[in-house]
Design a protein around this ligand. Structure first.
Ligand code: MEV
Length: 365
């Protein structure tokens, strides 16, 4: 048995604008998705027959990482509500790619990767049938798993599910954990991780070591309405196509993100909150809020440093940065939302159970 998990994420600044290359910031949250794999007689997911069309993310990973492997029983559990802007699909993809890699192992030649996905060659994989030559060996378990690779695979799968338009924000945050910043250029004051490119948009992916005071919390308010990211991304694309001059609003979101990043680096939580609330107003103008989100944002505002919708919007979740999570959470619940409470910048992907050896050793086929 192999089990891996990955955190969900909240976007503090810059959703939607990041699709067009503007800076954005996300933090990993305490709520996680877990994926457990076991060998099975036939393909199963949560005990039922696996229907690829119902689980496109898992299916896309299965094709990339397990294309001639034996059938698996896959169990998915977690505390992240689906289609709610908290990165449930990215967290699922990261956890599933970690579990599949752990189970399948990785061929290495003289200590270098002989197969796998890297930032330099995101489409490159050696998918077998494997040949075992001189100097080759295979790593199994945690030793075979790599955070960057999980982020790349998760991004590829997200992009596919979102009709080709997806930033690597969710996938990188759910893989590395902590606080991730995307920008159109390498930011000297941040820790640069790697570059990503998709359809002519290029992002520089960074992390920030956050020093968040102990009394600061995120309260997440869920409207309970499902709004697929792809639809919201398409809605913004349509607005910009019909009114290209509104690209200035996207750029203004980028300016607010920068202000938020400075406040985060300075530990100025009031400044972070102000930037969040300003960001919300711009998102509302773009048309990705909803009456239900506005209701929760209004309820949370009096007890918070900042409030905004998070993720794609249209439904899904809002977040409040607060020193009084109990009062904020009660206010959101009274207004009809369901709440989760999280710290900012939780830990990233982990392999929680690696089994005794690979579930599938391609060299034995
Ligand atoms: C979704 O969590 C965030 C969006 O900006 C889409 C993306 O970044 O791919 C709306």
């Amino acid at each position: 048995m192999v089990q891996a998990s990955a955190p969900g994420k909240c976007i503090l600044f810059g959703e939607h604008a990041v699709v067009y290359g503007q800076p954005a910031v996300a933090v990993a949250i305490d709520q996680r998705m877990n994926v457990k794999l076991e060998l099975s007689e036939d393909w199963r997911i949560d005990g039922m027959i696996f229907h690829p069309e119902r689980h496109p993310h898992v299916d896309a990973l299965r094709q990339r990482m397990w294309n001639s492997g034996p059938p698996l029983s896959i169990k998915i559990t977690g505390e992240i509500p689906p289609a709610s802007g908290l990165g449930s699909s990215a967290a699922l993809s990261v956890a599933a790619s970690a579990a599949l890699r752990c189970a399948r192992g990785r061929q290495i030649t003289n200590d270098d990767w002989a197969e796998g996905w890297t930032a330099a060659s995101p489409n490159n994989v050696y998918n077998g049938p494997w040949e075992f030559g001189k100097g080759d060996s295979v790593l199994f378990g945690m030793a075979a798993v790599d955070e960057d690779e999980c982020a790349i695979l998760s991004h590829a799968v997200e992009a596919h599910a979102q009709g080709g338009k997806a930033s690597p924000l969710d996938s990188s945050t759910c893989s590395h954990g902590g606080c991730v910043v995307l920008s159109d250029k390498i930011e000297n004051n941040l820790n640069w991780l790697y570059s990503r490119k998709l359809n002519d948009v290029r992002w520089e992916v960074h992390s920030i070591e956050l020093d968040i005071p102990n009394d600061i919390w995120l309260v997440i308010g869920n409207t309970g309405l499902h709004a697929p990211t792809s639809e919201q991304v398409a809605k913004v694309a349509k607005v910009l196509e019909e009114q290209p001059e509104r690209m200035t609003e996207i750029e203004t979101i980028g300016i607010i993100s920068r202000r938020g990043i400075t406040a985060l680096l300075e530990g100025d939580m009031e400044g972070v909150g102000r930037a969040m609330s300003e960001n919300h107003l711009l998102l509302r103008n773009l048309g990705v809020s909803s009456p239900e989100l506005e209701n929760l944002v209004t309820a949370a505002a009096p007890s918070s440093l900042g409030v905004k919708l998070t993720g794609a919007g249209g439904g899904g979740c809002m977040i409040a940065l607060t020193r009084d999570p109990k009062t904020t959470s009660e206010a959101i619940e009274l207004a009809g939302g369901r709440t989760l409470i999280s710290r900012l910048a939780s830990t990233g992907m982990s392999v929680d159970e690696e089994g005794i050896s690979g579930l599938w050793n391609p060299f034995e086929n």
